[in-house]
Ligand binder design. Structure first.
Ligand code: GLU
Length: 455
């Protein structure tokens, strides 16, 4: 690691005390940039990394709403506008009880590189709240979203900052947020993405993240002489990302044998191989209970393993998995899980959720496996389609499903090629996709920041 990189990692830790998730991603990204930083001494003179790790702006605000029992509730709201060098800030909103600045900054920082990798003109930002939509009524969610937008609206706009969904923010929340924005500003504009289809949403956006991940993983396999057909795949989560991934895996003839929730994991030896099973994931999510156990009640061939994650499925059952894709949330895969994955003989690992692997486990997997796909590249299909939605809205038009899928598939191939190309160029290895993604995402942003002067 170069001295400059090391200093910037330390500085970020000092300036953002206790924000461990943010430290984790900054350490992971910056440490892999060393070969580029060494070729560009002018970056240090321009304090490029210090600027990259400091959000351009961050707002924290109070969100006051009244629950169904008439009690006044107070939550925290956040929006961190990280980097606008290549386009308006773009990134989702996360509503979850564990949200605090460390989570929003980690997501916002990752978003800079992810959005750059899409090849589209979008900067990086992220926001959210410690509000927990689980177990809330529709009316409570609406009142919360209206209160949240009553502050957020002044910081966003179709050419300024365009939020979208993330954990806890899906179509329902985006609908309420959009309605309130429109009511306040009295303008019909594409200020949010992931909207419902009747009011400017993009056909294919819901499944875009999951589809994109599987297309990216398919490129990883192909580059190593394999394909997706008949592969046995283990995924975690059962939300929007897992659903899209399971659906695309089914279409490509792979067998997705696991999903998971906070309650444990499901092993389905026959795979999530029918439309009915794929659709049931949506039902699970829609139940608002945040548990996956009902899958095994509905499909008795499946087994529910309480309190465990799917990374030991090969040890728990007699099954060989070819590809693991964590699709739940950050730090889902720790060192002991990584050891299970490697011990099972699995050769491919592709991150679906944002930062699902601890840094220690990631380094181990990169060392032991044939290829490891990083989240900021593999899950960029969601935000890429968000940008297509922005274009659709700005052009007052409607794109068809097939147009979106064709574009998304090409974008995912381009992202894979950019990662593999940078891996090859700087690390002499086309499978150095983790480092390659960081470098390929960074190069474009760095060039734009240098050209725009000290801002
Ligand atoms: N939350 C998603 C992500 O992590 C989507 C962001 C967006 O569409 O703006 O990329």
């Amino acid at each position: 690691m170069s001295n400059y990189v090391e200093r910037c990692i330390e500085l970020c830790k000092q300036k953002n005390p206790g924000e461990v998730e943010f430290h984790q991603t900054v350490e992971e990204v910056l440490s892999s940039l060393t070969p580029v930083i060494e070729q560009h001494p002018e970056y240090e003179e321009a304090a490029l990394l210090e600027r990259l790790t400091e959000p351009e702006r961050g707002v924290t605000f109070r969100v006051v709403w009244v629950d169904d029992a008439g009690k006044v509730q107070v939550n925290k709201g956040y929006r961190y506008q990280f980097n606008s060098a290549i386009g308006p800030y773009k990134g989702g909103l996360r509503f979850a009880p564990n949200v605090y600045p460390g989570i929003i900054k980690f997501l916002g920082f990752e978003q800079i590189f992810k959005n750059s990798l899409t090849g589209l003109p979008i900067g990086g930002g992220k926001g959210g709240s410690d509000f927990d939509p689980n177990g809330k009524s529709d009316a409570e969610v609406m009142r919360f979203c209206q209160a949240f937008m009553t502050e957020l609206y002044r910081h966003i706009g179709p050419n300024t900052d365009v939020p979208a969904g993330d954990l806890g923010v899906g179509g329902r929340e985006i609908g309420y947020l959009f309605g309130q924005y429109k009511r306040i500003v009295d303008k019909y504009e594409g200020v949010l993405t992931g909207k419902g289809i009747p009011f400017g949403g993009l056909l294919g956006r819901s499944e875009a993240t999951g589809f994109g991940i599987v297309w990216y993983a398919e490129e990883m396999l192909k580059a190593n002489g394999e394909d997706m057909k008949d592969k046995v795949v283990g995924i975690s989560g059962f939300g929007n990302v897992a659903w899209g991934a399971a659906w695309k895996l089914q279409q490509l003839g792979a067998k997705c044998v696991t999903i998971s929730g906070p309650d444990g994991y499901i092993y389905d030896p026959e795979g999530i191989s029918t439309d009915e099973k794929v659709a049931f994931l949506l039902e699970l999510r829609g139940s608002g209970k945040n548990i996956c156990a009902p899958y095994a009640e509905k499909f008795p061939e499946a087994k529910f393993v309480a309190g465990k994650k799917p990374w030991g499925v090969c040890q728990d059952f007699d099954v060989k998995v070819d590809l693991f894709i964590p699709c739940a949330m950050q730090n889902d895969v720790h060192m002991a899980d990584a050891e299970n994955i490697v011990a099972s003989g699995c050769k491919f690992y592709c991150e679906g959720a944002n930062m699902p692997t601890t840094n220690e486990a990631l380094v181990y997997l990169m060392d032991k496996m044939t290829a490891v796909g990083p989240a900021k590249a593999a899950n960029a299909g969601g935000v890429a389609c968000s940008c297509i939605e922005m274009g659709q809205n700005a052009g007052h038009t409607v794109y068809q499903h097939e147009d979106v899928y064709t574009q998304l598939h090409q974008i995912m191939r381009n992202i894979y090629n950019a990662c593999a190309g940078a891996g090859e160029k700087y690390y002499g290895d086309k499978n150095a996709l983790v480092q390659g993604a960081n470098i390929a995402g960074f190069e474009k942003v760095a060039e734009a920041m240098m050209a725009q002067g000290l801002v």
